[in-house]
Design a protein around this ligand. Sequence first.
Ligand SMILES: Cc1cc2nc3c(=O)[nH]c(=O)nc-3n(C[C@H](O)[C@H](O)[C@H](O)COP(=O)(O)OP(=O)(O)OC[C@H]3O[C@@H](n4cnc5c(N)ncnc54)[C@H](O)[C@@H]3O)c2cc1C
Ligand code: FES
Ligand code: FES
Length: 510
Amino acid sequence: MGRAPAPHYLRPASVAEALAQRAAHPGSVWLGGATLMLGGLAGPRPDVIIDLCDAGLGRLDVGTDRVHIGATVTVDRLARCEALASPELAALHDAVCGFVPRAVRRIATLGGNVGQGFGSLIAPVALLDGEVELVGPAGARTATVATLQRGADELIVGFGLRGRPGEVTGFDKIRRTPLGPGLVTVAAALGPAGVRLFVGALSMRVQGFDFPGAGVDDVDEVAATVDAGLQAVFDDPRASALYRRAMAGELVRRLLLRLSRPPLAPTIASHRPVLPPDRFAGPAGASPSGVSSPGVSPPGASPSGASPPGASPPGASPSGASPSGGSLQRVVWTAIVDGVEREAAIPANASLAEALRAAGSLALKIACGEGTCGACSAVVDGDHIHSCVVPAMRYVGASVTTAARHADGPVVTALVTSGGLQCGFCTPGMVVAVHALVDRDDVQATPAGLRRGLDGNLCRCTGYGLLVEGAANGLQALRERALLARSAAVSAALTATAAGSADGSAKDRS
Ligand SMILES: Cc1cc2nc3c(=O)[nH]c(=O)nc-3n(C[C@H](O)[C@H](O)[C@H](O)COP(=O)(O)OP(=O)(O)OC[C@H]3O[C@@H](n4cnc5c(N)ncnc54)[C@H](O)[C@@H]3O)c2cc1C
Ligand code: FES
Ligand code: FES
């Protein structure tokens, strides 16, 4: 009899449990959304992962003088928070709305963005006097975001932010490609006391600048001071230090000019998504201090929602070690895929895309494997996500839709008849993404609308012209079909009511 293999996917129900699991597994990593950790952008995939999605850190409170954001609040939930669009807080709102693609934004968390050390949200959080709430083996503490030095075993549980009355704030960044990482990020505030700003970029700590008494007439001077005063700017294959410096100054200039024009010129922040509620939202009253989340159970979880440190994830059953899985334990993963119950034996740190393909859903493709291209698009419990950057074990028992469900649908027909595909590798992801747009009233069924709506799906062959034309036709056909179905349902209901009244009248007469 061999020793039972150690579990590798842990899902604590509270902060206290998360810390206990961390202590028991020294090589483990915290998972917020997992977009960085599973996608490979952060290096080799970790063996022992502690998924914080049920740890009670999903609270978002906008008070009159303070905003509290739990560590697992997603970027998308922040983008949908109207209160954050106020001028004093708009820097964070701009930044989360500029975080694309939406399929990644629905998963990525603020805790993960700050936890990685170089996220684009650090500069706006710093500008809003951001404090980080941390817990670790030595207890709880708060620290300033701009100067955060996090201990290896410390967990970010939340953030406290505040806007300063009278200030108008904003955010801008420069990327080399539409979905690439920010090369330079700037969050700035313009107010009666002057100008304040924070500049950040990959691998560079955010740097703050204060210009008391400065105003919009001083933008050139402010921009030049930032250009000259930036420290630790680095060269890398994406951009030279010289370019980063120059762009920081230019971004500062543009941003301050924008902030000086009331009412605010339309920004990326005006593209408000219409989306379903957040999957990480904590229950009202849940505390970031480590209290578990009563009433919020993961799929397949025990009614208590609690699991002891080191326990297997809910719904998963160890299937014994597999030589092909390396040192990793394999677990049996189950889900309802395209209406059919499927299962697969997977390593416990597999991505959802890998689990789906292991379970036989070969319509779903894996291309980049790091969240960028959308080939692995799937709709999970109603949300369109990139399935290669989420842990499969988070979705045990979930309902998953892939392109196979729509194989005979109007979107496939429209793409084929428009000539909107060549090699076809991106097509399944495109089909899922177009279907996910049906109820998005901010996306028009036109080629221009589809260029925006398909913001997370890339195609290497078609040049997009015929593809977006076909996608627009497909979306139009889907919406007409949905309209017809609704009309038929209303007619049926009216007919039933009329029949009921006629029956009632007949009875009254008899
Ligand atoms: C297509 C694409 C586009 C992207 N666009 C952007 C962008 O515009 N701006 C940007 O900044 N990033 C971007 N990213 C990178 C990444 O997705 C984000 O930075 C995201 O916010 C990371 O959050 P997460 O919850 O997914 O982090 P995870 O991958 O879960 O974690 C990231 C790191 O933080 C640690 N961590 C997570 N939660 C905590 C916690 N509570 N306490 C302590 N440590 C923690 C993890 O251990 C890990 O080291 C993009 C990624 C992709 C794939
Ligand atoms: S986004 Fe998942 S494979 Fe590219
Ligand atoms: S048709 Fe080849 S990647 Fe889109």
